[in-house]
Design a protein around this ligand. Structure first.
Ligand code: KG4
Ligand code: ZN
Length: 341
């Protein structure tokens, strides 16, 4: 029929994932989505260790695939294609995914589709809300920060992004320097709820510069200086200080993201604004972006959190769109640690 059933694989960072998605004229359905996280393996190191990640992917991908097919109640032979994240990301993990996908495709005589991980994030609002092209996408995660005009599954224009740290990375670093647990984003947001952003002056990096370039590493350093000033004056940080520092940092990130997104919407004239990536889970940031969309008269789409963060359903969905566009990859499909959109 006109419906495609796609198996998707994702292993580019620290989540080992597999999913089955059905896509057709009437929309898309997620038949299964299995995400095996590795947080516990990396916790002691304060960040993702590439060697450990690669090994865990190699060990767990097969299990993720078997579970995804089992949950969907389908056999590999009932798929129309196998889609896999072929980059960008940590090379060991991407290689593990690409090699397994090649084996599955060859073994079952299925076509193979290599997917760009950023494209998979960028197409998420089409999977969840059937959002029509074109739209503006703000992709904000631990590793990425980009404003993209999305016109098709392979048609992206980058309007701006960070010139240093991604916002999630900044949240994680701020959490670390305030003694909060990882991942830092949710921890900082929880603390911020009791704080007053007005009590800590922080810069708004690059806000005075035209265009959509962003910077977050100076903001993290400014939080460090404000922390040290309080520690020097009082011999330590009170609970209230910590809450104020978190609230001020979160407010600064939200204001920078909102203002740069406002400019990108005005410049591009896009009729809709969508977000993806872990940082899109932040309620203050979401609210600021939703306001920007409303003021520009643009539609607003914020997919559910579990599809904003890394998973394989978005890879399977992107694979379906690429398959329809005629893309077929063979045994020569390469793993690409760097792969700009
Ligand atoms: O998209 P994601 O799950 O993984 C990748 O980076 O690919 O994003 C994780 C990032 C982490 O840096 C985490 O601290 C951040 O998203 N994050 C948040 C929140 N929840 C997760 N940042 C701010 N506020 C949150 N509520
Ligand atoms: Zn991601």
């Amino acid at each position: 029929g006109d419906r495609l059933t796609i198996l998707g694989l994702e292993s580019s960072c620290d989540d080992t994932a597999a999913a089955v998605v059905q896509q057709g004229a009437g929309g898309a359905d997620i038949l299964s989505s299995v995400v095996l996280g590795q947080g516990d393996l990396h916790a002691a190191f304060g960040g993702v260790v590439p060697e450990i990640a690669a090994r865990a992917h190699a060990e767990k991908l097969d299990l993720a695939v078997r579970r995804a097919l089992e949950d969907a109640g389908l056999a590999l032979g009932e798929m129309d294609a196998v889609a896999v994240t072929a980059g960008p990301g940590l090379i060991g993990g991407v290689l593990a995914g690409v090699m397994l996908a090649k084996g599955l495709a060859a073994g079952a005589g299925l076509p193979l589709v290599g997917v760009n991980h950023l494209a998979a994030h960028a197409l998420t609002p089409r999977l969840t809300d059937g959002l029509a092209y074109p739209y503006l996408m703000l992709l904000v995660s631990g590793g990425h920060c980009q404003l993209l005009e999305v016109r098709g599954p392979e048609d992206f224009t980058r309007l701006g992004g960070t010139i240093d740290d991604a916002p999630g990375e900044a949240f994680d670093k701020v959490a670390r320097l305030l003694g909060l647990p990882q991942p830092g984003g949710p921890a900082v947001e929880r603390e911020a709820a009791a704080g007053d952003p007005a009590r800590v002056p922080l810069p708004r990096p690059l806000l005075d510069k035209p265009g959509c370039a962003m910077s977050f590493s100076g903001l993290k350093t400014a939080v460090l200086r404000q922390r040290d000033r309080r520690v020097a004056a009082q011999g330590g940080l009170t609970r209230g200080d910590r809450a104020d520092l978190c609230a001020a940092f979160q407010a600064a990130v939200a204001e920078v993201l909102a203002e740069k997104t406002r400019r990108a919407l005005a410049e591009s004239g896009m009729p809709a604004l969508a977000v993806a990536g872990g940082v899109a889970a932040n309620a203050t940031i979401r609210a600021a972006l939703q306001r920007v969309a409303a003021e520009a008269g643009a539609a607003w789409v914020a997919p559910p959190l579990e599809l904003c963060t890394d998973n394989a359903a978005i890879v399977a969905y992107a694979g379906a769109e690429l398959y329809r566009a005629g893309r077929r990859d063979g045994p020569e499909l390469a793993a690409r640690p760097r792969w700009p959109l």
